[in-house]
Design a protein around this ligand. Sequence first.
Ligand code: NAD
Length: 479
Amino acid sequence: MTGQVFIGGAWRAPSSGSTIPVIDPATGETFTEIADGQAADIDAAVHAARRALNGAWGTTTALERGRALTRLSQKVLDNFEELTGLESRDCGKTLAVAGNDIRMLARYFEFYGGAADKVHGETIPYLHNHVVSIVRQPYGVSGHIIPWNYPTQILGRSVGAALAMGNASVIKPSEDACLSILRLAELTVEAGFPDGAFNVVPGYGATAGAALIAHPDVNFVSFTGSPEVGTLVQQETARHHVKCVLELGGKSPQIVFSDARLERAIPAIVNGIVQNAGQTCSAGSRLLVQREIYDEVVERVADRFRSLRTGPQSMDPDCGPVINQKQYQRIRSFIEDAVGSGARIAGQGALAPDLPPGGFYIPPTLFADLPRDHELAQREIFGPVLAAMPFSDEADAIALANDTEYGLVAGIWTENGGRQQRLARAIDSGQVFINCYGAGGGVELPFGGFGRSGHGREKGFVALEEMSISKTIVQNIEA
Ligand code: NAD
Protein backbone atom coordinates (compact mmCIF):
# COMPACT_ATOMS: atom_id res chain seq x y z
CA MET A 1 0.00 0.00 0.00
CA THR A 2 2.98 2.34 0.45
CA GLY A 3 2.74 5.21 -2.00
CA GLN A 4 -0.51 3.98 -3.57
CA VAL A 5 -4.13 5.04 -3.86
CA PHE A 6 -7.07 2.77 -3.02
CA ILE A 7 -9.70 2.88 -5.75
CA GLY A 8 -12.46 0.41 -6.58
CA GLY A 9 -11.29 -2.04 -3.92
CA ALA A 10 -7.69 -2.27 -5.18
CA TRP A 11 -4.33 -0.55 -4.78
CA ARG A 12 -2.75 1.26 -7.71
CA ALA A 13 0.07 3.72 -8.31
CA PRO A 14 -1.04 7.37 -8.36
CA SER A 15 -1.26 8.98 -11.79
CA SER A 16 1.61 11.32 -10.89
CA GLY A 17 3.90 8.38 -10.08
CA SER A 18 5.19 10.51 -7.20
CA THR A 19 4.94 10.28 -3.44
CA ILE A 20 4.86 12.49 -0.33
CA PRO A 21 7.31 11.76 2.52
CA VAL A 22 5.79 10.80 5.89
CA ILE A 23 7.59 12.43 8.81
CA ASP A 24 7.66 11.21 12.42
CA PRO A 25 6.79 14.29 14.53
CA ALA A 26 8.97 12.93 17.35
CA THR A 27 12.16 13.12 15.28
CA GLY A 28 11.42 15.14 12.15
CA GLU A 29 12.67 12.15 10.13
CA THR A 30 11.01 10.56 7.12
CA PHE A 31 10.03 6.95 7.71
CA THR A 32 7.74 6.06 4.81
CA GLU A 33 5.80 7.66 1.96
CA ILE A 34 2.25 8.07 0.70
CA ALA A 35 0.84 8.67 -2.76
CA ASP A 36 0.78 12.17 -4.17
CA GLY A 37 -2.76 11.80 -5.60
CA GLN A 38 -3.89 14.16 -8.34
CA ALA A 39 -7.11 15.18 -10.08
CA ALA A 40 -6.94 12.09 -12.32
CA ASP A 41 -6.91 9.82 -9.27
CA ILE A 42 -9.82 11.67 -7.70
CA ASP A 43 -11.70 11.31 -10.99
CA ALA A 44 -11.01 7.55 -11.06
CA ALA A 45 -12.17 7.24 -7.42
CA VAL A 46 -15.40 9.15 -8.11
CA HIS A 47 -16.08 6.89 -11.10
CA ALA A 48 -15.44 3.80 -8.96
CA ALA A 49 -17.85 5.13 -6.33
CA ARG A 50 -20.49 5.78 -9.01
CA ARG A 51 -20.05 2.25 -10.37
CA ALA A 52 -20.55 0.89 -6.85
CA LEU A 53 -23.76 2.89 -6.51
CA ASN A 54 -24.99 1.62 -9.88
CA GLY A 55 -23.97 -1.92 -8.90
CA ALA A 56 -23.51 -3.99 -5.77
CA TRP A 57 -23.45 -1.16 -3.19
CA GLY A 58 -26.55 0.51 -4.61
CA THR A 59 -28.59 -2.66 -4.09
CA THR A 60 -27.18 -3.53 -0.66
CA THR A 61 -30.00 -3.35 1.89
CA ALA A 62 -29.81 -1.13 4.94
CA LEU A 63 -29.51 -4.26 7.08
CA GLU A 64 -26.50 -5.48 5.10
CA ARG A 65 -24.86 -2.05 5.08
CA GLY A 66 -25.19 -2.05 8.85
CA ARG A 67 -23.72 -5.55 9.09
CA ALA A 68 -20.74 -4.53 6.92
CA LEU A 69 -20.07 -1.56 9.22
CA THR A 70 -20.38 -3.79 12.27
CA ARG A 71 -17.87 -6.25 10.76
CA LEU A 72 -15.55 -3.33 10.01
CA SER A 73 -15.83 -2.20 13.63
CA GLN A 74 -14.70 -5.65 14.75
CA LYS A 75 -11.83 -5.65 12.22
CA VAL A 76 -10.62 -2.37 13.71
CA LEU A 77 -10.62 -3.89 17.19
CA ASP A 78 -8.91 -7.05 15.91
CA ASN A 79 -6.10 -4.84 14.56
CA PHE A 80 -6.06 -2.44 17.51
CA GLU A 81 -2.33 -2.63 18.34
CA GLU A 82 -1.21 -2.12 14.76
CA LEU A 83 -3.60 0.78 14.10
CA THR A 84 -2.68 2.45 17.40
CA GLY A 85 1.01 2.20 16.58
CA LEU A 86 0.50 3.66 13.11
CA GLU A 87 -1.63 6.52 14.41
CA SER A 88 0.83 7.33 17.19
CA ARG A 89 3.90 7.40 14.91
CA ASP A 90 2.19 9.23 12.06
CA CYS A 91 0.53 11.96 14.17
CA GLY A 92 2.83 12.22 17.21
CA LYS A 93 0.01 11.10 19.48
CA THR A 94 0.73 9.50 22.81
CA LEU A 95 -0.22 5.82 22.84
CA ALA A 96 -3.11 6.63 25.20
CA VAL A 97 -4.59 9.20 22.80
CA ALA A 98 -3.95 7.09 19.71
CA GLY A 99 -5.50 4.04 21.38
CA ASN A 100 -8.58 6.05 22.31
CA ASP A 101 -8.88 7.24 18.70
CA ILE A 102 -8.85 3.67 17.41
CA ARG A 103 -11.44 2.57 19.97
CA MET A 104 -13.61 5.52 18.91
CA LEU A 105 -13.19 4.58 15.24
CA ALA A 106 -14.53 1.12 16.05
CA ARG A 107 -17.30 2.68 18.13
CA TYR A 108 -18.42 4.96 15.26
CA PHE A 109 -18.72 1.97 12.93
CA GLU A 110 -20.55 0.04 15.65
CA PHE A 111 -22.96 2.93 16.23
CA TYR A 112 -23.68 3.58 12.54
CA GLY A 113 -23.75 -0.15 11.82
CA GLY A 114 -26.54 -0.51 14.36
CA ALA A 115 -28.34 2.60 13.10
CA ALA A 116 -28.31 1.82 9.36
CA ASP A 117 -31.67 -0.02 9.33
CA LYS A 118 -33.35 2.23 11.92
CA VAL A 119 -34.05 5.14 9.56
CA HIS A 120 -37.70 4.55 8.70
CA GLY A 121 -39.16 7.59 7.01
CA GLU A 122 -42.63 9.05 7.66
CA THR A 123 -46.14 9.23 6.32
CA ILE A 124 -48.20 12.44 6.26
CA PRO A 125 -52.01 12.75 6.39
CA TYR A 126 -53.00 14.71 3.27
CA LEU A 127 -55.88 14.83 0.81
CA HIS A 128 -58.66 12.22 0.78
CA ASN A 129 -57.52 9.13 -1.16
CA HIS A 130 -53.88 10.12 -1.17
CA VAL A 131 -50.92 8.48 0.52
CA VAL A 132 -47.84 10.58 1.25
CA SER A 133 -44.56 9.02 2.29
CA ILE A 134 -41.25 10.66 3.05
CA VAL A 135 -38.25 8.48 2.31
CA ARG A 136 -34.60 9.26 2.84
CA GLN A 137 -32.10 8.31 0.21
CA PRO A 138 -28.33 8.67 -0.12
CA TYR A 139 -26.94 11.71 -1.93
CA GLY A 140 -24.77 9.40 -4.03
CA VAL A 141 -21.00 9.97 -4.09
CA SER A 142 -19.88 11.56 -0.83
CA GLY A 143 -16.51 13.34 -0.60
CA HIS A 144 -14.72 13.48 2.75
CA ILE A 145 -11.77 15.76 3.43
CA ILE A 146 -10.09 14.69 6.65
CA PRO A 147 -7.59 16.71 8.73
CA TRP A 148 -4.53 15.44 10.59
CA ASN A 149 -5.55 16.03 14.20
CA TYR A 150 -7.99 13.11 14.64
CA PRO A 151 -7.87 11.29 11.29
CA THR A 152 -9.55 8.10 12.41
CA GLN A 153 -12.25 9.63 14.63
CA ILE A 154 -13.20 12.18 12.00
CA LEU A 155 -13.28 9.52 9.29
CA GLY A 156 -15.38 7.28 11.54
CA ARG A 157 -18.00 9.92 12.23
CA SER A 158 -18.40 11.22 8.68
CA VAL A 159 -17.76 8.14 6.53
CA GLY A 160 -19.53 5.85 9.01
CA ALA A 161 -22.75 7.84 8.71
CA ALA A 162 -22.40 8.29 4.94
CA LEU A 163 -21.98 4.55 4.32
CA ALA A 164 -24.81 3.68 6.71
CA MET A 165 -27.14 5.76 4.51
CA GLY A 166 -25.87 4.10 1.32
CA ASN A 167 -23.52 6.74 -0.08
CA ALA A 168 -20.28 5.60 -1.74
CA SER A 169 -17.33 7.53 -0.31
CA VAL A 170 -14.20 9.12 -1.72
CA ILE A 171 -11.81 10.08 1.07
CA LYS A 172 -9.00 12.61 0.81
CA PRO A 173 -7.04 12.23 4.07
CA SER A 174 -4.54 14.83 5.21
CA GLU A 175 -1.10 14.75 3.61
CA ASP A 176 0.18 14.86 7.23
CA ALA A 177 -1.71 11.85 8.61
CA CYS A 178 -3.06 9.04 6.54
CA LEU A 179 -1.41 5.72 7.39
CA SER A 180 -4.18 4.35 9.61
CA ILE A 181 -6.78 5.31 7.00
CA LEU A 182 -4.85 3.40 4.33
CA ARG A 183 -4.75 0.33 6.58
CA LEU A 184 -8.46 0.76 7.19
CA ALA A 185 -9.05 0.61 3.43
CA GLU A 186 -7.68 -2.95 3.47
CA LEU A 187 -9.98 -3.82 6.35
CA THR A 188 -13.03 -2.69 4.33
CA VAL A 189 -12.22 -5.45 1.85
CA GLU A 190 -11.98 -8.02 4.65
CA ALA A 191 -15.26 -6.71 6.09
CA GLY A 192 -16.98 -7.39 2.75
CA PHE A 193 -17.66 -3.90 1.40
CA PRO A 194 -18.17 -4.06 -2.36
CA ASP A 195 -15.50 -2.52 -4.58
CA GLY A 196 -15.86 1.24 -4.88
CA ALA A 197 -17.93 1.85 -1.74
CA PHE A 198 -14.82 3.13 0.08
CA ASN A 199 -12.02 4.85 -1.85
CA VAL A 200 -8.96 6.67 -0.51
CA VAL A 201 -6.81 9.12 -2.46
CA PRO A 202 -3.99 10.60 -0.38
CA GLY A 203 -2.50 13.85 -1.63
CA TYR A 204 -2.12 17.54 -1.00
CA GLY A 205 -5.11 19.79 -0.41
CA ALA A 206 -4.37 22.12 -3.29
CA THR A 207 -4.36 19.23 -5.79
CA ALA A 208 -6.30 16.14 -4.65
CA GLY A 209 -8.50 18.07 -2.18
CA ALA A 210 -9.32 20.81 -4.66
CA ALA A 211 -10.17 18.22 -7.33
CA LEU A 212 -12.57 16.42 -4.98
CA ILE A 213 -14.57 19.51 -3.99
CA ALA A 214 -14.75 20.68 -7.62
CA HIS A 215 -15.70 17.32 -9.13
CA PRO A 216 -19.08 17.59 -10.90
CA ASP A 217 -20.11 14.03 -9.99
CA VAL A 218 -19.62 14.42 -6.22
CA ASN A 219 -23.02 14.88 -4.55
CA PHE A 220 -22.11 15.78 -0.97
CA VAL A 221 -18.97 16.97 0.85
CA SER A 222 -17.96 16.68 4.50
CA PHE A 223 -14.97 18.85 5.41
CA THR A 224 -13.10 19.25 8.71
CA GLY A 225 -10.18 21.68 8.84
CA SER A 226 -9.37 25.36 8.76
CA PRO A 227 -11.97 28.12 8.22
CA GLU A 228 -9.99 29.39 5.22
CA VAL A 229 -10.22 26.08 3.36
CA GLY A 230 -13.80 25.72 4.60
CA THR A 231 -14.67 28.86 2.68
CA LEU A 232 -13.13 27.36 -0.48
CA VAL A 233 -15.11 24.15 0.04
CA GLN A 234 -18.34 26.11 0.33
CA GLN A 235 -17.54 28.18 -2.79
CA GLU A 236 -16.59 25.16 -4.91
CA THR A 237 -19.50 22.96 -3.87
CA ALA A 238 -21.90 25.88 -4.50
CA ARG A 239 -20.89 25.84 -8.17
CA HIS A 240 -22.63 22.47 -8.52
CA HIS A 241 -25.29 23.20 -5.88
CA VAL A 242 -23.88 20.46 -3.72
CA LYS A 243 -24.39 20.42 0.03
CA CYS A 244 -21.40 20.58 2.36
CA VAL A 245 -20.98 20.10 6.09
CA LEU A 246 -18.15 22.21 7.53
CA GLU A 247 -16.41 21.64 10.88
CA LEU A 248 -13.84 24.40 11.23
CA GLY A 249 -12.47 24.52 14.74
CA GLY A 250 -13.09 26.77 17.70
CA LYS A 251 -11.98 28.93 20.59
CA SER A 252 -14.06 27.21 23.20
CA PRO A 253 -14.55 28.74 26.68
CA GLN A 254 -14.35 27.01 30.05
CA ILE A 255 -16.47 29.27 32.28
CA VAL A 256 -15.82 28.94 36.02
CA PHE A 257 -18.14 30.63 38.54
CA SER A 258 -17.19 31.27 42.15
CA ASP A 259 -19.43 28.42 43.38
CA ALA A 260 -17.82 25.81 41.09
CA ARG A 261 -16.44 22.58 42.51
CA LEU A 262 -12.84 23.25 41.59
CA GLU A 263 -11.57 19.76 42.41
CA ARG A 264 -13.76 18.54 39.56
CA ALA A 265 -13.29 21.49 37.21
CA ILE A 266 -9.51 21.89 37.22
CA PRO A 267 -8.44 18.44 35.96
CA ALA A 268 -11.07 18.66 33.18
CA ILE A 269 -9.91 22.16 32.22
CA VAL A 270 -6.28 21.03 31.99
CA ASN A 271 -7.13 17.89 30.05
CA GLY A 272 -9.43 19.87 27.73
CA ILE A 273 -6.48 21.86 26.37
CA VAL A 274 -3.53 19.51 26.80
CA GLN A 275 -5.18 16.44 25.25
CA ASN A 276 -3.63 15.67 21.85
CA ALA A 277 -1.16 18.57 22.42
CA GLY A 278 -4.02 21.05 22.08
CA GLN A 279 -4.68 20.01 18.48
CA THR A 280 -8.38 19.51 19.08
CA CYS A 281 -11.03 21.60 17.37
CA SER A 282 -13.13 21.54 20.54
CA ALA A 283 -10.21 22.16 22.91
CA GLY A 284 -11.21 24.40 25.84
CA SER A 285 -8.65 27.06 24.94
CA ARG A 286 -10.12 30.01 26.91
CA LEU A 287 -10.34 29.90 30.69
CA LEU A 288 -12.92 32.44 31.89
CA VAL A 289 -13.06 32.76 35.69
CA GLN A 290 -15.25 34.85 37.99
CA ARG A 291 -13.09 37.57 39.49
CA GLU A 292 -13.52 36.48 43.15
CA ILE A 293 -11.73 33.17 42.50
CA TYR A 294 -9.67 34.17 39.45
CA ASP A 295 -6.25 34.24 41.15
CA GLU A 296 -6.88 30.95 42.93
CA VAL A 297 -8.04 29.12 39.79
CA VAL A 298 -5.21 30.50 37.65
CA GLU A 299 -2.67 29.41 40.24
CA ARG A 300 -4.17 25.92 40.61
CA VAL A 301 -4.25 25.40 36.83
CA ALA A 302 -0.73 26.86 36.52
CA ASP A 303 0.47 24.43 39.16
CA ARG A 304 -0.83 21.51 37.12
CA PHE A 305 0.73 22.91 33.95
CA ARG A 306 4.13 23.03 35.71
CA SER A 307 3.90 19.30 36.37
CA LEU A 308 3.29 18.39 32.71
CA ARG A 309 5.97 16.92 30.44
CA THR A 310 6.17 17.07 26.66
CA GLY A 311 8.08 14.29 24.97
CA PRO A 312 8.10 11.64 22.25
CA GLN A 313 5.26 9.15 22.00
CA SER A 314 7.53 6.33 23.21
CA MET A 315 7.93 8.04 26.62
CA ASP A 316 4.17 8.08 27.23
CA PRO A 317 4.34 11.80 28.11
CA ASP A 318 1.47 14.12 29.10
CA CYS A 319 1.85 15.90 25.78
CA GLY A 320 3.31 14.51 22.54
CA PRO A 321 4.94 16.48 19.72
CA VAL A 322 2.74 18.58 17.43
CA ILE A 323 2.10 17.36 13.92
CA ASN A 324 4.69 19.13 11.76
CA GLN A 325 7.26 21.88 11.41
CA LYS A 326 4.70 24.38 10.11
CA GLN A 327 2.41 23.96 13.14
CA TYR A 328 5.41 23.94 15.49
CA GLN A 329 6.60 27.28 14.16
CA ARG A 330 3.09 28.72 14.11
CA ILE A 331 2.46 27.86 17.78
CA ARG A 332 5.90 29.07 18.84
CA SER A 333 5.27 32.40 17.07
CA PHE A 334 2.00 32.83 18.96
CA ILE A 335 3.81 32.20 22.26
CA GLU A 336 6.79 34.42 21.43
CA ASP A 337 4.64 37.26 20.10
CA ALA A 338 2.46 37.13 23.20
CA VAL A 339 5.48 37.23 25.52
CA GLY A 340 6.87 40.07 23.39
CA SER A 341 3.62 41.99 23.82
CA GLY A 342 3.94 41.71 27.63
CA ALA A 343 1.51 38.83 28.21
CA ARG A 344 2.12 36.94 31.45
CA ILE A 345 2.90 33.20 31.47
CA ALA A 346 1.31 31.95 34.69
CA GLY A 347 2.52 28.38 34.34
CA GLN A 348 4.37 26.29 31.80
CA GLY A 349 5.19 22.61 31.48
CA ALA A 350 8.66 21.29 30.72
CA LEU A 351 10.24 19.48 27.83
CA ALA A 352 11.46 15.98 28.70
CA PRO A 353 15.26 15.64 28.83
CA ASP A 354 17.21 14.23 25.86
CA LEU A 355 14.57 14.95 23.24
CA PRO A 356 15.34 13.85 19.67
CA PRO A 357 16.72 17.02 18.04
CA GLY A 358 14.37 17.27 15.03
CA GLY A 359 11.03 16.77 16.87
CA PHE A 360 8.21 19.28 17.23
CA TYR A 361 7.87 19.79 21.00
CA ILE A 362 5.85 22.56 22.66
CA PRO A 363 5.45 22.82 26.46
CA PRO A 364 1.86 23.37 27.69
CA THR A 365 1.59 27.10 28.42
CA LEU A 366 -0.96 29.06 30.48
CA PHE A 367 -1.24 32.79 29.77
CA ALA A 368 -3.11 34.94 32.31
CA ASP A 369 -4.76 38.38 32.43
CA LEU A 370 -5.02 38.78 28.66
CA PRO A 371 -6.95 41.69 27.17
CA ARG A 372 -10.16 40.38 25.61
CA ASP A 373 -9.07 41.37 22.11
CA HIS A 374 -5.61 39.78 22.41
CA GLU A 375 -4.92 37.33 19.59
CA LEU A 376 -4.45 34.50 22.10
CA ALA A 377 -7.99 35.24 23.28
CA GLN A 378 -9.41 35.36 19.76
CA ARG A 379 -7.50 33.06 17.39
CA GLU A 380 -7.36 29.28 17.29
CA ILE A 381 -3.77 28.37 18.22
CA PHE A 382 -4.18 24.61 17.78
CA GLY A 383 -1.53 23.88 20.38
CA PRO A 384 -1.34 23.37 24.19
CA VAL A 385 -1.87 27.06 24.96
CA LEU A 386 -4.58 28.24 27.37
CA ALA A 387 -5.66 31.89 27.73
CA ALA A 388 -7.12 32.96 31.12
CA MET A 389 -9.32 36.04 31.61
CA PRO A 390 -11.54 37.25 34.48
CA PHE A 391 -15.24 38.13 34.29
CA SER A 392 -17.45 39.93 36.80
CA ASP A 393 -20.97 38.46 36.73
CA GLU A 394 -23.28 36.24 34.69
CA ALA A 395 -23.97 38.82 31.99
CA ASP A 396 -20.27 39.52 31.62
CA ALA A 397 -19.54 35.77 31.42
CA ILE A 398 -22.01 35.38 28.55
CA ALA A 399 -20.61 38.42 26.72
CA LEU A 400 -17.05 37.16 27.11
CA ALA A 401 -17.94 33.59 26.13
CA ASN A 402 -19.56 34.86 22.92
CA ASP A 403 -16.78 37.34 22.18
CA THR A 404 -15.07 35.36 19.39
CA GLU A 405 -16.05 34.49 15.83
CA TYR A 406 -16.15 30.80 16.78
CA GLY A 407 -18.83 28.74 18.51
CA LEU A 408 -18.12 25.02 18.84
CA VAL A 409 -18.17 23.88 22.49
CA ALA A 410 -18.51 25.53 25.91
CA GLY A 411 -17.89 24.26 29.45
CA ILE A 412 -19.91 25.76 32.34
CA TRP A 413 -18.78 25.18 35.92
CA THR A 414 -21.32 26.23 38.55
CA GLU A 415 -23.64 24.58 41.08
CA ASN A 416 -26.48 27.05 40.37
CA GLY A 417 -29.08 25.16 38.31
CA GLY A 418 -30.87 28.19 36.88
CA ARG A 419 -27.57 29.75 35.86
CA GLN A 420 -26.49 26.52 34.18
CA GLN A 421 -29.56 26.61 31.96
CA ARG A 422 -29.45 30.37 31.30
CA LEU A 423 -25.86 30.14 30.12
CA ALA A 424 -26.44 27.00 28.08
CA ARG A 425 -29.14 28.85 26.15
CA ALA A 426 -27.26 32.11 25.77
CA ILE A 427 -23.91 30.81 24.58
CA ASP A 428 -23.44 30.43 20.83
CA SER A 429 -21.97 26.96 20.52
CA GLY A 430 -22.97 23.60 19.11
CA GLN A 431 -22.36 21.74 22.37
CA VAL A 432 -22.51 22.89 25.99
CA PHE A 433 -21.11 20.81 28.84
CA ILE A 434 -22.23 21.53 32.41
CA ASN A 435 -19.83 20.46 35.16
CA CYS A 436 -17.99 18.23 32.70
CA TYR A 437 -16.14 18.67 29.43
CA GLY A 438 -15.85 16.34 26.46
CA ALA A 439 -13.39 17.71 23.94
CA GLY A 440 -14.07 15.68 20.83
CA GLY A 441 -15.91 12.95 22.65
CA GLY A 442 -19.38 11.45 22.38
CA VAL A 443 -20.13 9.30 19.34
CA GLU A 444 -23.85 9.66 20.11
CA LEU A 445 -23.81 13.45 20.59
CA PRO A 446 -24.65 15.80 17.68
CA PHE A 447 -21.64 18.02 17.04
CA GLY A 448 -20.97 21.11 14.96
CA GLY A 449 -20.51 24.82 15.03
CA PHE A 450 -21.96 28.27 15.03
CA GLY A 451 -20.33 31.07 13.01
CA ARG A 452 -16.69 30.53 12.06
CA SER A 453 -16.82 27.02 13.55
CA GLY A 454 -18.85 25.91 10.55
CA HIS A 455 -22.31 24.53 9.90
CA GLY A 456 -24.09 21.21 9.68
CA ARG A 457 -23.94 18.50 12.31
CA GLU A 458 -22.09 15.21 12.54
CA LYS A 459 -22.15 12.37 15.09
CA GLY A 460 -25.27 10.81 16.57
CA PHE A 461 -28.45 10.21 14.58
CA VAL A 462 -28.46 13.71 13.16
CA ALA A 463 -25.56 12.77 10.86
CA LEU A 464 -27.79 10.20 9.16
CA GLU A 465 -30.09 13.05 8.17
CA GLU A 466 -27.21 15.27 7.11
CA MET A 467 -25.85 12.56 4.83
CA SER A 468 -29.11 11.70 3.13
CA ILE A 469 -31.81 13.63 1.30
CA SER A 470 -35.57 13.36 1.76
CA LYS A 471 -38.01 12.62 -1.01
CA THR A 472 -41.76 13.21 -0.74
CA ILE A 473 -43.87 10.65 -2.60
CA VAL A 474 -47.56 11.49 -3.13
CA GLN A 475 -49.83 8.74 -4.44
CA ASN A 476 -53.48 9.00 -5.54
CA ILE A 477 -55.19 5.74 -4.50
CA GLU A 478 -58.70 6.60 -5.73
CA ALA A 479 -60.44 3.52 -7.24
P1 NAD B 1 -6.31 22.67 6.30
O1 NAD B 1 -7.69 23.20 6.33
O2 NAD B 1 -5.35 23.27 5.32
O3 NAD B 1 -6.33 21.09 5.98
C1 NAD B 1 -7.41 20.23 6.31
C2 NAD B 1 -7.68 19.30 5.13
O4 NAD B 1 -8.06 20.09 3.99
C3 NAD B 1 -6.45 18.49 4.67
O5 NAD B 1 -6.85 17.21 4.24
C4 NAD B 1 -5.95 19.29 3.48
O6 NAD B 1 -5.21 18.53 2.56
C5 NAD B 1 -7.26 19.77 2.87
N1 NAD B 1 -7.11 20.94 2.02
C6 NAD B 1 -6.20 21.95 2.13
N2 NAD B 1 -6.37 22.84 1.12
C7 NAD B 1 -7.41 22.40 0.38
C8 NAD B 1 -8.07 22.90 -0.79
N3 NAD B 1 -7.68 24.01 -1.41
N4 NAD B 1 -9.12 22.21 -1.26
C9 NAD B 1 -9.54 21.08 -0.65
N5 NAD B 1 -8.94 20.54 0.43
C10 NAD B 1 -7.89 21.20 0.95
O7 NAD B 1 -5.71 22.73 7.72
P2 NAD B 1 -4.16 22.66 8.11
O8 NAD B 1 -3.28 23.50 7.24
O9 NAD B 1 -3.82 21.23 8.15
O10 NAD B 1 -4.21 23.33 9.54
C11 NAD B 1 -4.31 24.76 9.62
C12 NAD B 1 -5.21 25.16 10.75
O11 NAD B 1 -6.51 24.62 10.56
C13 NAD B 1 -4.82 24.65 12.11
O12 NAD B 1 -3.87 25.43 12.74
C14 NAD B 1 -6.13 24.66 12.84
O13 NAD B 1 -6.40 25.92 13.36
C15 NAD B 1 -7.12 24.33 11.77
N6 NAD B 1 -7.52 22.92 11.82
C16 NAD B 1 -8.69 22.63 12.37
C17 NAD B 1 -9.11 21.32 12.45
C18 NAD B 1 -10.40 20.96 13.07
O14 NAD B 1 -10.58 19.86 13.57
N7 NAD B 1 -11.37 21.83 13.05
C19 NAD B 1 -8.31 20.30 11.97
C20 NAD B 1 -7.09 20.62 11.38
C21 NAD B 1 -6.72 21.95 11.31
